[in-house]
Write a protein that binds this ligand. Structure first.
Ligand code: C2E
Ligand code: CA
Ligand code: CA
Length: 638
């Protein structure tokens, strides 16, 4: 009698709703940016099976009601197909989960064999039992007799396997995504239970729908920034992978606006609108990715944009016009997909590496040699990471070079500046401009400072033991290092370990821009000073110098940057300015050191501008620190 009820109570509402929701999902997928991972096609197939199953469900119930001659064969067949479609969804669900969990082959195979076995077994059994009259039987008088419920058995077997997968390998997926799947499955069970309790069957397909909705939301959806129309970084990685797998070439255009990057300034609605328009107007099927606050990348398929050269020119002309209007600093990079970079899926760091080497307010077209440079950069980064992890204070890859400094008062070389180089196994010598910014960005700089300081202390110690007169050697320190509370004690420990006096070491620091750094700097500098370490203000004249602040800090030496030496040669006014600045510092008891003294003219000018120390190619290029004995004199010469 239960079966009778179950047939009579059926209404097509549940199935119609399923079809409608599937249509809504298709509309959303078509208008949103979806992550086209490999399993996205599984998702689309599931939608197709859901719609088909709902239709079969509607059809066979409808048939059953309208048949009068007792020939129910069509109903039986459609019902078997209906079950097969539902089991297909469960089978795909297992494939999908295995896929997103990235199960290794040896774990994947037994799971897929079990799933396929259940799948075939239940479908065949369903056909056989229906044909032999052991399953559902429909009678001429319109009554139905319950037989063996193969569907329920198959369903339970499948759910068992899915639960096994989702529990045993739950750690393979981000927790909250996993909870999303658990949650929707629980809703499905509750609905199935409630409909059974009420002798209903109209909502069976809908319980298969919920987990598929979860997939769209949790795995494939990527939201647009509704103002700029951009999507986020992860989606870009997915798109590149998809293009690489399908061997599709694409074009990319990167716009970087450092003003918005560093200060977190908001992009004005006007500029937003312009970026949005740029993204849509010039290329077909282009997608705009928001990498960070001040960085967007546009990706467009090459084959749909055959006239891309023309379009690029147009976009650049337009860009110049917009630039005049908005006046923000920018770096634009344009290129075509490069197999090597696609394979590694590293366009963002590839582009960032080009940023490092290009001028501001410039447009750069990517070429072959950028790939070589990027590979070099990656190698350097890898080596720096290793140097950082090993933290061997005498690491052979870090070389201490130095430049002797001429002391005007004594007429001798008795101080020097330590300068770092790397000597890496595969590529040899690397200069500071190629690795200091990388080390700073990745937080490796302090370990490098510790290594240079150790080697400098070693050199001072051996020079002194050989009887050389060493006043001191200065070591460069990055402002960000001062933020670490342990900075001063780290420096102190290294000097102490080498047993040289603290005042044989000086620390060179460049001016910082912001207030919080200034305060930290002040603390560290005063602490270094208390310990007897000398302090140099590096690169004076390159930033916007704040005299008041400089004088709040206990510097011993002000290093005038090479740009001031050059400026003083350009015209009389500039010379007067540099001269009076230097005069003011020396009156305030600072010593003035000029950097980048290259010839006799520079030397004479600098001496006339209150110089105490001179440093530059005129005296020596940087040399290995062990060669410093060629410049320093022995005390007994005095
Ligand atoms: P800096 O501190 O201003 O160092 C002076 C730079 O000017 C050195 O470049 C030096 O070789 C170069 N130089 C010296 N004399 C002359 C000259 O007469 N004319 C010209 N045109 N240049 C001259 P280098 O060694 O390539 O270092 C570049 C920068 O890298 C340094 O600038 C410094 O900011 C940074 N750096 C170097 N070693 C270290 C280090 O151990 N730690 C940190 N944090 N930064 C370092
Ligand atoms: Ca320096
Ligand atoms: Ca400098």
């Amino acid at each position: 009698m239960g079966q009778q009820l179950y047939f009579d109570n059926y209404t097509p509402v549940g199935d119609i709703i399923v079809i409608a929701i599937c249509m809504v999902m298709i509309v959303l997928v078509a208008t949103s940016y979806v992550n086209k991972t490999k399993n996205f096609s599984l998702f689309l197939n599931m939608i197709f099976y859901l719609v088909s199953a709902s239709m079969c469900d509607i059809i066979y119930h409808d048939w059953y009601v309208h048949i009068t001659d007792g020939d129910y064969i069509g109903v039986y067949v459609t019902r078997v197909i209906y079950h097969a479609l539902l089991f297909s969804i469960l089978l795909l669900y297992i494939v999908y989960i295995v896929e997103i969990q990235h199960l290794e082959k040896h774990k994947r195979i037994p799971i897929m064999i079990a799933a396929t076995t259940i799948y075939l077994a239940v479908i065949i059994t369903d056909i056989v039992t229906t044909a032999k009259g052991m399953g559902l039987r429909l009678n001429k008088n319109g009554t139905a007799i319950t037989g063996i419920n193969i569907f329920m058995i198959g369903y339970i077997a499948f759910i068992g396997e899915i639960a096994y997968l989702m529990i045993v390998y739950r750690d393979r997926i981000y927790k909250k995504v996993m909870y999303g799947f658990y949650g929707t499955m629980i809703v499905s069970f509750v609905i199935l239970y409630l409909q059974g309790k009420h002798g209903q069957s109209s909502f069976t397909v809908s319980t298969f729908l919920f987990p598929v909705m979860a997939m769209l939301y949790l795995v494939h959806s990527t939201s647009y920034d509704i103002e700029s129309g951009a999507v986020n970084v992860m989606a870009m990685k997915e798109l590149i992978k998809y293009n690489y797998d399908k061997k599709k070439e694409f074009l990319f255009m990167s716009l970087y606006m450092p003003d918005f990057e560093s200060e977190g300034k908001a992009i004005s609605p006007d500029l937003q609108a312009t970026i949005r328009r740029f993204a849509g107007e010039f290329f077909k099927q282009s997608v705009l990715f928001q990498i960070s606050n001040g960085h967007v990348i546009l990706v467009a398929p090459k084959n749909l944009n055959p006239d891309h050269e023309n379009r690029l020119n147009k976009i650049l002309n337009q860009f110049q016009i917009e630039y005049l209007k908005f006046q923000f600093d920018y770096k634009v990079i344009i290129g075509k997909s490069i197999e090597e970079i696609s394979k590694k899926n590293e366009y963002i760091s590839f582009i960032k590496n080009i940023h490092r080497n290009m001028d501001i307010n410039d447009v750069y077209i990517v070429g072959e040699k950028d790939v070589d440079l990027f590979n070099r950069y990656e190698y350097i980064l890898e080596q720096l990471t290793d140097i950082y992890k090993k933290r061997d204070l005498r690491d052979e890859r870090v070389l201490a070079y130095c430049q002797p400094v001429f002391n005007i008062k004594t007429g001798r070389y008795d101080t020097a500046e330590a300068l770092m180089r790397l000597n890496l196994p595969d590529i040899g010598m690397v200069f500071p401009d190629q690795f200091i910014p990388v080390a700073e960005e990745h937080g490796f700089i302090h370990v490098l400072t510790e290594i240079i300081l150790t080697k400098t202390c070693d050199a001072i110690k051996s020079l002194m033991s050989e009887g050389y007169d060493v006043n001191r050697i200065s070591v460069n320190v990055s402002v960000m290092e001062l933020r670490d509370e342990k900075f001063t004690s780290d420096i102190d420990d290294i000097i102490e370990a080498s047993a040289i006096p603290n005042d044989k070491i000086a620390v060179e620091i460049t001016e910082s821009r912001n207030d919080s750094d200034f305060l930290l700097m002040k603390d560290s500098i005063e602490e270094l000073r208390r310990r007897g370490i000398k302090l140099y203000l590096d690169d004076f004249g390159t930033g916007y110098s704040n005299m008041e602040r400089i004088m709040e800090l206990p510097f011993d030496i002000i290093k005038f940057d090479r740009s001031l030496v050059i400026a003083s040669d350009a015209d009389e006014r500039s010379e007067k300015m540099v001269k009076s600045l230097a005069g003011m510092f020396s009156e305030l008891n600072y010593s003035v050191l000029y950097e980048g003294v290259e010839n006799d003219g520079d030397e004479i000018r600098c001496i006339n501008m209150s110089a105490s120390y001179l440093q530059g190619y005129k005296y020596s290029k940087p040399i290995p620190i062990a060669d410093l004995n060629r410049f320093f004199a022995k005390s007994d010469v005095l």
